[in-house]
Design a protein around this ligand. Structure first.
Ligand code: ARG
Length: 562
C-alpha cells in the first residue's frame, strides 16, 4: 500500500500539471497543529511565484481539481493563509494502513532509497592492547543502528571494524613488555588486556623521566613495519589477547561485522598512496616529514609520513578508502562512525581523498559521537584511570534484573543502547543510571515495557478467543487517534533517520508511539471493547509490530514479558 505522502505527491503533481505548472518542487509537511490537517504544502505558492499569479487563486484552482477526483485518501482539503493547502486524510486510509502493517509485518517501514548501492559502515574500531572505551561502545551502538537503518532502506551494507592494530604505540608496547613485563604472567593473568594497558601506562610514566624510551619505541615500530619476526610475534600476541576480549563484548552486545580490516591490513598498501600523493604534487616534504597543505590554509597541514619514515593513522585511512573504492566500486558510500573529536581530521581526510580522485565528497560521511561522561570527566588510557566496559555492561544487566531477572540481559543492554541512541549522536551524554533505566521516562525499558504490554493484551485476547478484525468497515463508529497517525508515519521516520544517519529520530518516534499507545490503553478498553474489540486488537497488534521493528533497527531486543 502506498504511503499517504507518496499518494499526495502524485495527486499534487497531477493537479499542478492541470494548471500547467510543471516541475515545481514543494514541501509536504506535517503541521504542528492537528487543526491544520495531516499534511500541508506550499506547492500553490511556489507555482504562483513561478507563473506570477495570485497564490490564493491558484490554490483554489488546485484544490478544486483535487476535490473533483474524490480521492479515497482524503477527507477534506482546505486553503490556509496566503495559499497553503492543508490535507485531512480519511478514516478509511488510516484503517487500511493499520491492516497493512499487520500484513507487512517485519517489512513495514522498509524502503528502496539505497537500492543498487553498496554502503560500507565502519564502526566500533577499538585499539589493540588498549581498553575498549566508552567511546568505542558509543561507536559500536550507533554504527550498528546506522548499518541496520541502511540495510532496511535497501542498501547492500558491509559492516567493517577498522581495528587500531598498527602504529607507533606498538613500539611502546614492545619496549614496555621487554623491560618490565613477563609473558608467562601475561598469559596467566585474569585480564591480559589490563596487564598490557598497565604496561603501556608505565611506559608513559617512565618516558617522562627517560626520553630515550621514546626513541627505542620508534625504533621498534620501524622494525615492526619492516617485518622483524620478534616485533611481529609480540604484536600478534597483543592482537590475539585483545580480540578475545572484544569478541566477548560483541557477543554481549549482539553486534557483528562482515569484516575486520584493521589498520595492519593496509600495511603494504600505503606505498602506492604516498607515491600518488607525490606524483600528483599534493604532498610536500617539510623537515623530513611528508605533508599535504590545503589552499588558503583552509585546514592545518595533514601529515602522511613522519620524518623517521613511519606511516600514520592518516596514511592508513587513505589506503583504506583507496582499497574500498577499488574493491567495492566507484560509488560506494563510506560511513565512518568515529568520535566527534576527530571531526577536523575527517574533513582533512575527505578533502585529500577528493583531491586524489578516490571519491566524491558526497560519498564520504563522518558520523561523530559526543563524549560520554560519568560525573568525574573524560577517561584516558595514558593516565590509567579507565572504566572497564565489561563492568559497565555487567552492571546494566545486574540493575535490569530488578525488573525481571529472566530478561535482564535484553533490558540492561537495551537500556544502554537506547541511552546512546536517543539524542543526536554528536551531543555529549552525562551518564546517570537512574535515567538509563527509568521506566517512566524516555528510556529503552519504557519502550520495551510498552511492547510487552501490547503483546500481553494480544495473548489475553487469544485466551478469550477474541479475534482481530483484519478489516474494519464501520468507520462511523471509529475515532482516529494519535496512535493511527503515528503508525502511518513510521516509514517516513525511518527514511529520515537513514538519510540523515540519525537513529535518534527512531527513538523519538518510538517514545511518542509508546506514550500514545499507553494513553489509548488507559482510555479505550480493548478486550472489553464490545464491537470495537476486533479493531482495537488490530491496532494493538500494529503497535506491537511497529515497536518491534523500531527496536530491531536500534539493535535492541523486544522481550514479550517484562
Ligand atoms: N581506532 C580509532 C580510535 O580508537 C578509530 C578508528 C576510526 N576509523 C578510521 N577509519 N579512522 O580512535
Amino acid at each position: 500500500m502506498k504511503s499517504a505522502r507518496d499518494q499526495l505527491t502524485a495527486i499534487l503533481h497531477e493537479a499542478l500539471a492541470k494548471q500547467e505548472c510543471d516541475l515545481v518542487s514543494f514541501t509536504l509537511e506535517h503541521p504542528t497543529q492537528h487543526a491544520h490537517g495531516d499534511f500541508a504544502t506550499n506547492a500553490a505558492m511556489i507555482a504562483a511565484q513561478q507563473k506570477n499569479q495570485n497564490p490564493h487563486e491558484l490554490a483554489t484552482k488546485i484544490v478544486h481539481s483535487i476535490l473533483e477526483k474524490k480521492h479515497e485518501l482524503l477527507d477534506k482539503v482546505e486553503i490556509a493563509g496566503p495559499g497553503f493547502i492543508n490535507f485531512f486524510l480519511s478514516k478509511k486510509y488510516f484503517v487500511d494502513r493499520v491492516s497493512t502493517i499487520r500484513k507487512e509485518g517485519e517489512s513495514y517501514g522498509k524502503s528502496h532509497i539505497g537500492k543498487g548501492r553498496t554502503a560500507i559502515v565502519e564502526f566500533s574500531s577499538p585499539n589493540i592492547a588498549k581498553p575498549f572505551t566508552i567511546g568505542h561502545l558509543r561507536s559500536t551502538i550507533i554504527g550498528d543502528a546506522i548499518a541496520r537503518l541502511l540495510s532496511f532502506s535497501g542498501y547492500s551494507v558491509l559492516r567493517d571494524n577498522h581495528l587500531g592494530d598498527w602504529g607507533t604505540q606498538f613500539g611502546k608496547q614492545i619496549v614496555a613488555l621487554k623491560l618490565w613485563g613477563d609473558e608467562d604472567a601475561l598469559a596467566k593473568s585474569e585480564n591480559p588486556v589490563k596487564y598490557l594497558v598497565d604496561l603501556y601506562v608505565k611506559f608513559h610514566a617512565e618516558a617522562e623521566k627517560d626520553p630515550t624510551l621514546e626513541d627505542q619505541a620508534r625504533a621498534w615500530f620501524v622494525r615492526l613495519e619492516q617485518g622483524d619476526p620478534e616485533a611481529k610475534r609480540i604484536w600478534k600476541m597483543c592482537v590475539d589477547w585483545s580480540m578475545a576480549q572484544f569478541a566477548k563484548l560483541y557477543e554481549l552486545l549482539h553486534v557483528s561485522f562482515d569484516m575486520m580490516l584493521g589498520e595492519s591490513f593496509f600495511e603494504d598498501k600505503m606505498g602506492e598512496v604516498l607515491q600518488e600523493l607525490q606524483n600528483k604534487g599534493l604532498a610536500k616534504e617539510s623537515e623530513g616529514a611528508l605533508l599535504v597543505f590545503f589552499e588558503n590554509e583552509k585546514y592545518p597541514p595533514f601529515m602522511v609520513r613522519k620524518k623517521d619514515g613511519a606511516t600514520l593513522y592518516s596514511t592508513r585511512d587513505l589506503a583504506t578508502d583507496r582499497y574500498r573504492v577499488q574493491t567495492w566500486g566507484k560509488d560506494v558510500l563510506i560511513v565512518n562512525e568515529v568520535g566527534a573529536e576527530q571531526t577536523l581530521y575527517f574533513r582533512q581526510l575527505f578533502e585529500v581523498e577528493e583531491k586524489l580522485g578516490y571519491v566524491k565528497k558526497s560519498q564520504r560521511v563522518h558520523v561523530g559521537h559526543g563524549m560520554l561522561r560519568f560525573k568525574d570527566g573524560k577517561m584516558s588510557t595514558r593516565k590509567g584511570n579507565t572504566i572497564w566496559l565489561e563492568d559497565v555492561l555487567q552492571e546494566a544487566i545486574q540493575r535490569a534484573s530488578s525488573f525481571n531477572p529472566k530478561v535482564a540481559k535484553e533490558v540492561g543492554i537495551g537500556a544502554l543502547k537506547y541511552n546512546d541512541l536517543k539524542r543526536e549522536s554528536s551531543k555529549d551524554v552525562v551518564f546517570v543510571w537512574d535515567d538509563v533505566l527509568n521506566l517512566k521516562g524516555n528510556s529503552g525499558p519504557y519502550i520495551q515495557y510498552t511492547y510487552a504490554r501490547a503483546t500481553s493484551v494480544l495473548k489475553k485476547a487469544k485466551e478469550k478467543e477474541l479475534s482481530i478484525s483484519e478489516k474494519y468497515d464501520r468507520l462511523q463508529d471509529l475515532e482516529i487517534t494519535q496512535v493511527e497517525h503515528l503508525l502511518e508515519q513510521f516509514p517516513e521516520v525511518v527514511e529520515r533517520a537513514a538519510t540523515e544517519y540519525a537513529p535518534h529520530h527512531v527513538c523519538t518516534y518510538l517514545f511518542d508511539l509508546a506514550q500514545a499507545f499507553n494513553a489509548y490503553y488507559a482510555d479505550h478498553p480493548i478486550l472489553s471493547g464490545g464491537d470495537l474489540a476486533g479493531y482495537r486488537l488490530l491496532l494493538t497488534s500494529a503497535v506491537a509490530q511497529v515497536l518491534k521493528n523500531g527496536l530491531t533497527l536500534l539493535g535492541m531486543q523486544a522481550p514479550e514479558v517484562m
